[in-house]
Ligand binder design. Structure first.
Ligand SMILES: NC(=O)c1ccc[n+]([C@@H]2O[C@H](COP(=O)([O-])OP(=O)(O)OC[C@H]3O[C@@H](n4cnc5c(N)ncnc54)[C@H](OP(=O)(O)O)[C@@H]3O)[C@@H](O)[C@H]2O)c1
Length: 226
């Protein structure tokens, strides 16, 4: 299988690349600054099918550039992982922060989907995986974190729209909550190590069925409310 993973230089994205390449999958990994992605470059050992690309999801030209830089052939699975959390503990309603986070987490994901659709259509697997958060659930919202919550709620809607619009072409589109994971975003108090989170998410991605498309699951396979 050939995967594209965004935000691949650290955290959850890096662990996706690690586990995928270890099991022999082919990976096009995208990072904002490949020159400053030592942990990612360290995975590119001889015999490993890993290519590293430059990508900033808020920059249209950069996103088009990724689509052009990918070597010929179909992409099987797109993992939209790149994301930001926004200012924590600041002014609760900060319009600039809301727009910035929205641009990365919601609009950025759709930029990448739009640019890579022809490559996904060229294959038969046609899976789109969006990294969401339980904090984007409207049913479970407990207040605060406006920028992050709004952006992930929008990403969930984008997941649903893509699932409906592309279902007829055999696409499977899903939003996954990775758990509270030990990364720079999750912090060291997070209970879930990246290895466990990604192992769980890959199990879901590998076994994705048509009836799951357009829905939200956590890394343990539990469905989350909108
Ligand atoms: N960790 C958690 O507990 C948790 C929980 C729920 C959901 N998530 C979601 O899981 C995903 C990964 O999170 P993480 O914990 O691995 O976070 P992280 O450690 O902060 O990593 C975020 C990644 O996204 C990249 N990124 C940020 N802005 C970007 C942009 N404009 N263009 C391209 N890449 C960009 C970062 O690149 P740079 O290094 O260049 O900044 C980095 O590679 C996110 O979507 C996050 O919302 C995480």
């Amino acid at each position: 299988m050939r995967f594209v993973v965004t935000g691949a230089n650290r955290g959850i994205g890096l662990e996706f690349v690690k586990q995928l390449t270890e099991r022999g999958d082919e990976v096009d990994a995208a990072a904002r600054d490949p020159d400053d992605a030592a942990d990612l470059r360290a995975l590119a050992l001889p015999g490993v099918r890993l290519r590293i690309h430059r990508l900033d999801v808020v920059d249209d030209a950069s996103v088009r550039g990724l689509a052009e830089a990918l070597p010929a052939g179909p992409v099987d699975v797109l993992v939209n992982n790149a994301g930001v959390s926004g200012v924590k503990g600041g002014e609760p309603i900060d319009p600039e922060d809301i727009l910035r986070v929205f641009d990365v987490n919601a609009v950025g994901t759709l930029r990448v989907v739009r640019a890579l659709l022809p490559r996904l259509r060229a294959g038969k697997t046609r899976k789109i995986v969006n990294l969401t958060s339980h904090l984007g659930s409207i049913a479970d919202a407990s207040g605060g974190r406006y920028a992050y919550r709004l952006s992930k709620a929008a990403l969930n809607m984008a997941t649903r729209l893509l699932a409906e619009d592309l279902r007829g072409e055999g696409f499977l589109t899903v939003a996954l909550h990775p758990g509270w994971v030990q990364t720079r975003m999750g912090g060291s108090a997070a209970p879930v190590p990246p290895e466990q989170s990604i192992r769980g998410m890959l199990r879901i991605v590998d076994g994705l069925k048509a009836e799951q498309s357009g829905r939200v699951f956590d890394f343990q396979g539990r469905e989350l409310p909108w």
